[in-house]
Design a protein around this ligand. Structure first.
Ligand SMILES: Cc1cc2nc3c(=O)[nH]c(=O)nc-3n(C[C@H](O)[C@H](O)[C@H](O)COP(=O)(O)OP(=O)(O)OC[C@H]3O[C@@H](n4cnc5c(N)ncnc54)[C@H](O)[C@@H]3O)c2cc1C
Length: 388
């Protein structure tokens, strides 16, 4: 995105990408339909960035969700607003967007070197290992680091830039999983029977904050939209106390009173699981979950469990399969144009910066908005006649 803005402004831009092809994580995001951004009002939109809200706001105002849709449509990819308010390209794919985008960049004179890994600086020059494993030095008037976070490292972004920048005195908050799964020590029987199954329309509560959506039981624990939405709070609680206690409401559409009434009906010869299915309206996996907890807490009212099922999460499932990372270069290290104050001429954008947000299009939006901001920062820096 920064290369787009800068090449339109007439600059000669060269992109160095360590992988053999471009934008692998963007393509992976396309597998889920490529949720580009969200259509909710901007004042609500920016609350998704939590502590980074006030810093991100002017960047989202400068390159807004509407601007992102216009940009996507300028690449020949119409967008639409889904029923949840999320915005997608009509094709629901990243590859057509990427193909037109790369063609446009080529037309604007942008050169891309694939298989080149940035390894820091050698004197004033950038140091690379090229696709043949040879060291290369590159001089540039300005540099944008857009190396991503550290989730799904096999797609290219592995966070190895952290050491290079901290060695230069840049303050970096450690990269941690965000929008990730969490470990729950399931019994072997529950794990074998229910791993992979969805818990549809549940509510998850952590310390008074509730999130609605779907979760998926995994072999290690639990993941899915509702867990991702709560992931920042869950991770913080585990960092503080070694575990996070949550409550799951398996029937948020029914009150405890209504459920109790339904479940007080005599169950006759029905087993508890049949009774939970018929009177409680629960799916097999939800019934399995109630029974999993009943084994540990005998004598508890099953209706109470359906409405507030206690689970203990013991850790995240790690960065390997997290959708994004929290942490990164602290905003105190960059100026308004996203230039590192202690490394003039070096700019930072995207997930490398210290913000996090839930899924819903907020990740790509902030990535694009920070890239536009950094590109504008580079233009003012070069206009001012500075050279690194
Ligand atoms: C499974 C999945 C689904 C997702 N779905 C969505 C979604 O629907 N909507 C949404 O908003 N977000 C989604 N995201 C998140 C979104 O893709 C990221 O937030 C976004 O790609 C971050 O962009 P970035 O440019 O900062 O980093 P990246 O996209 O990770 O790009 C960084 C690039 O830098 C390269 N690189 C890293 N180190 C070096 C080096 N030393 N030298 C040279 N090159 C290097 C990497 O190879 C990579 O190509 C999803 C992520 C995943 C994993």
């Amino acid at each position: 995105m920064a290369a787009d803005v800068l090449s339109v402004a007439g600059l000669q831009v060269t992109v160095y990408e360590r992988m053999p092809t471009a934008a692998r994580k963007f393509l992976m995001a396309g597998r889920g339909g490529l949720n580009l951004t969200h259509s909710e009002p901007l004042d609500v939109f920016v609350t998704r960035y939590r502590e980074a809200r006030d810093i991100i706001l002017p960047m989202i105002e400068q390159f807004s969700p509407t601007d992102l849709r216009v940009w996507c449509e300028s690449l020949g990819q119409e967008t639409y607003v889904g029923s949840s308010g999320r915005v997608f390209p009509r094709s629901m794919k990243a590859s057509p967007v990427l193909r037109s985008w790369l063609a446009r960049l080529r037309g604007q004179g942008v050169i891309v070197h694939y298989g080149w890994t940035w390894a820091g600086w050698r004197g004033d020059d950038l140091a690379f290992l090229d696709s043949g494993g040879k060291s290369q030095n590159v001089a540039a008037d300005a540099v944008l680091l857009a190396l991503g976070g550290a989730s799904w490292p096999r797609l290219g972004a592995d966070g190895s830039w952290q050491k290079i920048l901290t060695d230069k005195g840049v303050s970096v908050s450690a990269l941690r999983p965000s929008n990730c799964g969490f470990v729950v020590p399931w019994s072997p029987m529950f794990r074998e029977k229910f791993a992979g199954q969805p818990l549809k329309t549940i509510s998850l509560t952590i310390q008074g904050d509730s999130f609605q959506g779907e979760a998926i039981i995994t072999r290690q624990g639990i993941e899915g939209g509702v867990v991702y939405a709560a992931s920042a709070l869950l991770r913080a609680e585990i960092e503080r106390n070694g575990k996070a206690h949550i409550k799951i409401d398996l029937r948020p559409d029914v009150s405890l009173e209504q459920l109790r009434q339904r479940m007080q009906r005599p169950k006759g010869k029905d087993s508890l699981s049949n009774h939970l299915r018929k009177a409680g309206g629960l799916s097999p996996v939800a019934i399995g979950l109630v029974q999993e907890i009943l084994h540990q807490k005998k004598g508890v009212d099953p209706a109470q469990l359906v409405k507030a099922l206690p689970l203990t999460l013991t850790s995240t499932t790690g960065l390997e399969r997290a959708i994004s990372s929290a942490g990164g270069v602290s905003f105190s290290e960059v100026n308004q144009g996203l230039m590192l104050v202690n490394l003039p001429g070096v700019f930072v954008a995207g997930e490398m910066l210290d913000w996090e947000a839930p899924t819903g299009g907020y990740l790509l939006q902030a990535t694009f908005s920070t890239a536009v901001r950094a590109a504008k920062g580079i233009l003012s820096f070069l206009d001012a006649g500075s050279r690194i």
